[in-house]
Design a protein around this ligand. Structure first.
Ligand code: SF4
Length: 338
């Protein structure tokens, strides 16, 4: 049985834990991950509102529903609608607004002026931290996001195996993506790095991703299980067993005790929350107001209009687990202390 109290894990140990099937050892790993979270933040769990404001994209990622070649209905919300949904999320108790977009050519053409205005309003008028997830943009645009006050820049490599990256993110540059992330970090934004489970990676690839997350100084680290998307080239690829995602969450917590690690409602909806929190996640993402006309990414409508992806619903589950949603001040204090 591994000593989960130690601070460092060799690559061989991480591979072994990713391959582990012993229920007792896995239970000990999840318990150690929860214990670390408890030591850092007690019974508080953070919550992020998700605002996916344009589903147009110039790219053709093989795993994505919103890829350019997929013939689907798309939307591009206006500034007023984006601010209205952000305000509703803030009023419902989220700690941060995650502004997410496809790589929409229209926003690139207007140099993200609208997005910067939205960031400023959320920061200055609504006094709430902002994460921007715009895909790859030029350094000059990242400068503008930093000046507008964005706190986080989220950009997921999905894998740190270059050959696999090329098969997933067709025609895109691994290095440009990594550069944008590191440039944002150097401009003073926190960065979020992420990986996708179940897309052809092996344990050694996952370990490489886990190590890279630390090396680049990611403050928030994410894993999501692949969900097959209708009309995409990976439509017939099976979604992986969720144990892989849960193990990765636990290992991220053991390696990076202070990290923000999401339990995303986008993979399995609200019913997937408890397992991910029990694996060591400290943050709920993809909270979307019902009937707002805004979508998720991997499961674009699951639980949304039924009201399953709300702070209220998540809080009720947390309460049964002896946990609660943090206040905005508690979230700010957590960020400031790190
Ligand atoms: S993953 Fe993002 S960049 Fe890739 S096609 Fe989908 S929306 Fe576009």
């Amino acid at each position: 049985m591994m000593d989960f109290g130690k601070k460092d894990f060799s690559e061989e140990e991480l591979v072994r834990l990713l391959e582990c099937e012993d229920p007792e050892e896995l239970a000990a790993m999840f318990a150690a991950a929860r214990q670390l979270r408890q030591e850092r933040q007690g019974n508080k769990i953070f919550a992020y509102g998700f605002v996916y404001f344009t589903t147009y994209c110039r790219n053709n990622c093989n795993f994505c529903y919103y890829r350019r070649s997929n013939d689907i209905e798309r939307y591009r919300k206006n500034e007023e609608d984006v601010l209205a949904v952000a305000k509703a999320l803030i009023d419902s108790g989220v700690n941060l607004i995650d502004l997410t977009m496809g790589e929409d050519p229209q926003y690139h053409a207007e140099q993200f002026e609208t997005v910067c205005r939205i960031i400023r309003t959320i920061k200055e008028t609504y006094q709430t931290p902002v994460m921007i997830s715009p895909g790859v943009v030029d350094d000059a645009v990242i400068d503008k996001f930093a000046e507008a006050g964005a706190d986080f820049y989220a950009l997921y490599q999905e894998t740190h195996n270059r050959a696999l990256f090329e098969r997933l993110r067709i025609g895109q540059s691994y290095d440009e993506r990594m550069h944008a992330k590191l440039y944002a970090r150097d401009r003073g934004m926190y960065i979020e790095e992420g990986l996708l489970a179940g897309v052809g990676e092996g344990p050694a690839d996952i370990v490489r991703s886990l190590k890279t997350m630390g090396e680049i100084g990611a403050k928030q680290v994410r894993v999501m299980s692949f969900i097959p998307q209708e009309g995409s080239p990976m439509e017939k690829v099976k979604s992986p067993d969720r144990l892989e995602e849960l193990k990765i969450i636990a290992l991220m917590r053991l390696l990076y005790p202070d990290a923000l690690i999401p339990a995303s409602l986008d993979v399995d909806g609200i019913k997937g929350l408890e397992d991910r929190i029990n694996a060591g996640a400290n943050l709920i993402t993809s909270i979307i107001p019902p009937k707002s006309g805004f979508m998720g990414v991997a499961h674009n409508t699951m639980d949304v209009d039924e009201g399953g992806r709300t702070v209220e619903e998540a809080a009720a589950i947390l309460e049964r687990m002896g946990l609660r949603i943090a206040t905005k001040d508690e979230y700010r204090a957590f960020l400031a202390a790190r």
